[in-house]
Write a protein that binds this ligand. Structure first.
Ligand code: FCB
Length: 452
């Protein structure tokens, strides 16, 4: 085992303090106004297999990443080598004091060719689930997080009429193999992320160029694999894929519940917090386009709704400008890239998702992309204070999974964007906790955050 830095040394603690976040670490005395979270609240971190495991060579995205030219900035390659180093990841979770971990199992490993299920790969994930349990950490398992088997893409991906059935067959096998050790199950990760981005009026020109690039890349992948078509999650026909993704969620849900009736199961949605910039802004219509149809699906099918929010976006309308929100009072110099990351965005989407579905909310992702960890350390107590507001207003919230445990492979953008509570050296794979992890630990330990 490499010498991972799992300790919070003096330097880490001081750096966390310098981030203005000591309030989250100081023991909360009777005199400190606090926001206490419900007993049994699930505190965790979130990852996805393809982003951390490395060498997911039977996946559709591996094909896309290795095209030349490729729409991906770089290849996932070894990623964080979590396929071999998952014990080190569990040690990080323990060091932060988390009681839950959201991770995905990789369909491309479990079913490398159609209908052939790998006992060895299922055993691999079974070992992780058992070790998490032994460490007192509840596994929150996502059945598909973006990457699919290469054969699935060659058969038309989520445009193939058989796709829901194929996904449900895999869910059945995987759920039966993993068993009751799973605490929560997520069917499909962000099946409407493209709907959300396409709903943004300002993004039209960007998507025209992006779609042309993606179509060419998918045609190249079809040629490279000798197939008629090749359809990944990024294929620019989200309208065509949506009914099949919805059926996939419903059939996957049924398969998981048939195998594991006691395991709460739901879909996780990408919810940008759309806010009006002008009077007359058509925010409600935008929400409907981006995720309204999925709220209807969740109302029918799901034990909870997974909320994944990173930002707020102000949508202009025809009328007079509304006042801009004040810039985030971030530590150190301001960074214009942080302007949309208002902590209140999470509260708004959590309340919205509950209002629309009537279901308990599970924050399955929320985080802060930055190279400057002091900003993440600033953000964590503030976003949790906002989440607490939603709880205080009556929303049943199961838990909060911070994205992400590790700096990882951020899809098309490669290894550039940093979201981790721990950094990873890509030569040695050594993990090092950041000061923001100490801030998070302070909150988790007390199951409370100091009132802002
Ligand atoms: C979400 C994805 C997750 C990660 C974060 C930053 O949309 O579900 O895999 O890339 O964004």
């Amino acid at each position: 085992m490499p010498d991972n830095d799992l300790s919070f040394d003096r330097r880490t603690i001081l750096a966390a303090g310098a981030a203005g976040a000591l309030l989250a670490q100081a023991p909360l005395s009777a005199a400190t106004p606090v926001r206490r979270f419900p007993a049994g609240f699930r505190w965790g971190a979130s990852t996805a297999g393809h982003q951390i495991e490395g060498n997911n060579v039977n996946s559709d995205l591996w094909v896309m990443e290795n095209l030349s030219p490729s729409p991906y900035k770089e290849r996932s390659g070894d990623a964080c080598d979590s396929y071999h180093r998952w014990r080190e990841d569990i040690a990080l979770l323990k060091a932060i004091g988390l009681n839950s971990y959201r991770m995905s199992i990789e369909w491309a490993r479990i079913e490398p060719t159609p209908g052939q299920f790998s006992i060895a790969e299922l055993d691999h994930y079974k070992r992780i689930v058992a070790d998490l349990r032994a460490a007192g950490i509840d596994p929150v398992i996502t059945f598909i997080h973006s990457a699919a088997p290469r054969w699935f893409a060659q058969a038309g991906g989520w445009l193939n009429p058989d796709s829901p059935k194929l996904f449900a067959r895999y869910c059945d096998k995987a759920a039966r193999a993993l068993g009751d050790g799973i605490a929560y199950a997520c069917t499909i990760n962000e099946p409407q992320v493209s709907l959300t981005f396409r709903a943004i009026p300002m993004a039209d020109a960007y998507f025209k160029a992006q779609d042309a690039r993606q179509l060419a890349a998918h045609a190249a992948a079809a040629r490279a694999t000798g197939s008629e078509r090749f359809v990944t999650t990024d294929y620019p026909d989200i309208e065509g894929m949506t009914p099949l993704l919805m059926a996939g969620h419903e059939q996957g849900f049924a398969a998981i519940k048939a195998a594991l009736p006691r395991v709460p199961t739901g879909v996780t949605l990408n919810l940008i917090d759309f806010a009006p910039a002008n009077e007359g802004s058509k925010v409600d219509e935008l929400r409907q386009l981006a995720y309204g149809r999925w709220m209807d699906v969740v109302r029918r099918t799901g034990d909870f709704v997974g909320v994944q929010t990173y930002s707020q976006m102000r949508i202009p309308g025809a009328g007079a400008r509304l006042p801009e929100p004040p810039p985030l009072p971030m530590p150190e110099t301001s960074d214009p890239r942080d302007s949309g990351k208002q902590p209140v965005a999470l509260r708004n989407t959590v309340e919205y998702a509950h209002r629309q579905t009537g279901k308990p909310v599970f924050v399955t992702e929320n985080g802060f992309q930055t190279d400057n960890d002091a900003r993440r350390a600033w953000y964590i107590p503030r976003v949790l204070a906002e989440l607490h507001e939603a709880i205080a207003s009556g929303v049943p919230v199961i838990g909060y999974m911070h994205w992400s445990l590790l700096d990882n492979f951020e899809w098309l953008q490669g290894y550039g964007p940093k979201y981790g509570l721990a950094s990873v050296d890509h030569q040695t794979f050594k993990r090092t906790l950041k000061p923001s992890a100490a801030v998070y630990r302070g909150i988790v330990r007390q199951n409370a955050v100091a009132a802002a």
